[in-house]
Design a protein around this ligand. Structure first.
Ligand SMILES: C[S@@+](CC[C@H](N)C(=O)[O-])C[C@H]1O[C@@H](n2cnc3c(N)ncnc32)[C@H](O)[C@@H]1O
Length: 317
């Protein structure tokens, strides 16, 4: 069970802080604004005792609307592990990716930026955590304040208010980067709150060939499972060719048009990255150590060091 941080009576400076150290009251999806007293937070204690730390509420109304729009889905997914099987498989792969880079970088703790509303640690870190790798989640949605892990309730943009005595070793964005109003700012902040700018990202890409992969893989899977001989399978593929692929082709074109004209693809995200857009963004703020697109999906896993610039290749003579 979480410990709650206590406000020491010896730090009565009302001018500074916006840091709140108790669970919010009220039914708002975000927390209530409260004043509080600042004091230095010991990061090791915070992680070890699995404390809960509340930041004051920030963010534009557009961000609030978008962030709250997925709440019902989060309740099913995050609280009851009700993710689709395909998502669970990608989460397992992302867990391996985190474990690999935590080992390479010798990380002893991580902060999950946009961890969701689950009371248990998200599936992509479950099983990785022990005394050598400790976890904190950060999310602005003030649901389920009693969590099994150290939790910061608030936006990453407001974390700078908190006086932590140390930086984290590693920051993770798991399907959250495209939920930030300004992903560039979010990545730079992730670099600031980590000791060496070590950041891991799992993000969905919107390039048509990658989106088409998902359709191909789902449909091929279905035809093969539901049909067991060559004739029925051929008919199954034929059915998709005549009735489904034209629709997929049209949907892909519509999606491309929207991306080209800067229109949102849904009401749930601020950004819709293509592979080249994401790479350009990341390279403008740091060094990409690994950029791995998961086979059969549109998910990419990235290892990034914020603040390190890669020397351009010398121009060939
Ligand atoms: C798609 S969910 C991902 C949840 C979890 N990481 C997962 O993969 O199941 C995106 C999360 O980003 C959070 N988020 C949105 N804006 C944020 C911000 N400014 N700072 C921190 N988290 C934010 C949302 O509240 C939401 O829980």
């Amino acid at each position: 069970m979480n410990g709650k941080l206590h406000i020491p009576s010896s730090t009565p400076d009302n001018t500074l802080p916006t840091l709140v150290r108790s669970a919010p009251k009220g039914g708002n999806a975000f927390k209530q604004h409260e004043n509080a007293h600042p004091s230095m937070i010991n990061l090791e204690d915070f992680l070890e005792k699995r404390e809960t730390l509340c930041l004051t509420e920030g963010g534009s109304s557009a961000w609030r609307t978008i962030t709250q729009a997925s709440l019902e889905e989060y309740r099913v997914h995050h609280l009851y592990d009700g993710y689709p099987d395909s998502t669970k498989a990608i989460m397992a792969m992302f867990g391996g990716f985190i474990a690999k880079w935590a080992l390479i970088w010798n990380s002893t703790n991580l902060i999950d930026l946009g961890c969701g509303i689950g009371t248990k640690t998200p599936p992509y870190v479950r099983g990785l955590l022990d005394n050598n790798l400790k976890y904190a989640g950060l999310d602005p949605l003030a649901e389920n304040m009693e969590r099994d892990y150290a939790f910061v309730c608030g936006r990453l943009e407001d974390l700078k208010e908190a006086s932590l005595d140390k930086r984290f070793d590693l920051a993770v964005f798991a399907t959250s980067l495209d939920h930030f109003e300004d992903p560039r700012e979010a990545l730079l902040l992730a670099g600031d709150i980590t000791e060496s700018g070590h950041v891991l990202i799992w993000c969905g890409l919107h390039d048509s060939p990658l989106i088409a992969r998902i359709d191909v893989s789902d449909m091929t899977d279905r035809v093969c499972r539901e049909n067991h001989n060559i004739i029925s399978r051929t008919l199954g593929f034929l059915w998709y060719s005549i009735f489904t692929w034209p629709r997929v082709a049209r949907d892909l074109r519509t999606r491309e048009n929207k991306l080209e004209t800067g229109q949102p693809l849904d009401k749930l995200h601020f950004s819709y990255f293509t592979e080249s857009e994401l790479k350009d963004l990341l390279l403008s703020i740091g060094q990409i150590n690994e950029f791995a697109v998961c086979p059969g999906t549109n998910s990419v896993f990235v290892s990034l060091t914020v603040g390190v610039t890669t020397e351009p290749d010398p121009t060939p003579a």
